[in-house]
Design a protein around this ligand. Structure first.
Ligand code: LMR
Length: 330
């Protein structure tokens, strides 16, 4: 008994010492992502690092690895689960192995604009998705915007028939594959880091991205036509390893949560601005023709792609789709 108490005391003392900010090694949070720094996600990661260093000096250190420099697509989720990184923010298209419901965000023409997306993400249904993967050791900490996707290609896309037979790069998402099959195009899954080269060499002929990714990856240099289609969404879920997060000292975790609330607000404000300014930079570069769709043409794309919803309704849930649709009308 005495032996146990002495051991417990020694252990408590050592934990106490470890808990002292100056003496202990800082907790390291590695934040890995696949985009450039001058993008909503890239800026968000840096903003988070800055606030953590101001408010938790010596206690938490944040290391940011942009541009797939530490882990690329396909590897970052595995790295999170293995504890090799502590924060990642994959696009919502990259979760289908972990939850089918998050596929909702890929449904073409579901959201009218980012305001509707916000309303759905903040609704009880949207918030519930953040905790839907905890049994897989993944905790969602929030949604970060990038923006609405535009279609780009080596030929002008005005009507769905223009896409017929073209090879489009898609993220690892069955919904996005079906979306392109619906217009009789050929989807090709490809990691983000390979897209520029894929487009340049003709492995693929087209892609879908928000303006910020088209600009920061220089895709506009190898895509002579960009159609402002706003046909789908590219947003992120900021996620952590549940075990890591739950194991943080409570005071540190609650400060990090507060910092994330502020970071998320900053990212979501910045996302609109960055997409607008990157669109203008692409226009100014004059390497691509920017195509505006008439309401009739946009309707044709919607009619061609919308049947995809039905294909995924059982996996996603009809009620969830209804809730997302309703966010357009408020
Ligand atoms: C993509 O693969 O196109 C995107 O998910 C990249 C990103 O993170 O914005």
């Amino acid at each position: 008994m005495f032996k146990f108490t002495a051991k417990a005391l020694a252990c408590a003392l050592s934990l106490g010492i470890a808990g002292m900010a100056q003496a202990a090694d800082p907790i390291v949070i590695k934040f890995s992502h696949v985009v450039a720094e001058h993008t909503p996600k890239g800026q968000g990661a840096l903003f988070f690092k800055k606030l953590v260093e101001e408010r938790l000096p010596g206690q938490v250190k944040v290391e940011v690895y942009p541009n797939s420099s530490l882990f690329g697509d396909g590897k970052e989720m595995e790295a999170l689960l293995l504890g090799d990184v502590q924060l990642i923010a994959p696009s919502l298209a990259k979760f289908e192995q972990y939850t089918k419901q998050v596929q909702i965000f890929d449904l073409p023409f579901l959201f009218d604009d980012l305001k509707a997306v916000d309303r759905f993400q903040q609704s009880p249904e949207g918030q519930k998705l953040l905790t839907s993967m905890e049994d897989k050791n993944i905790t969602g900490l929030g949604y970060w915007h990038n923006g609405m996707k535009q279609l780009s290609a080596n030929k002008a896309l005005r009507e769905p028939k223009d896409a017929r037979g073209l090879k489009f790069r898609v993220q690892a998402s069955a919904v996005l594959e079906e979306q392109f099959k619906a217009v009789r195009a050929n989807p090709r899954k490809m990691s983000f880091a390979e897209v520029y080269q894929g487009l340049q060499t003709g492995v693929v002929n087209g892609a879908e991205n928000p303006w910020s990714n088209i600009y920061s990856q220089k895709m506009y240099e190898v895509q002579p036509y960009i159609t402002e289609s706003n046909h789908g969404l590219l947003d992120y879920m900021l996620i952590t390893n549940t075990q890591f997060w739950d194991g943080l000292p409570a005071d540190v975790r609650s400060e990090l949560e507060q910092i994330l609330v502020e970071t998320t607000a900053e990212v979501n404000k910045l996302a609109n601005e960055l997409n607008e300014s990157d669109k203008q930079r692409i226009i100014d570069a004059k390497t691509s023709e920017i195509i505006q769709l008439t309401p009739e043409q946009r309707g044709m794309w919607r009619d061609a792609m919308k049947p995809v919803w039905k294909m995924f309704e059982d996996d996603i849930g009809a009620d969830l789709i209804k809730a997302a649709e309703a966010s357009n009308k408020q």
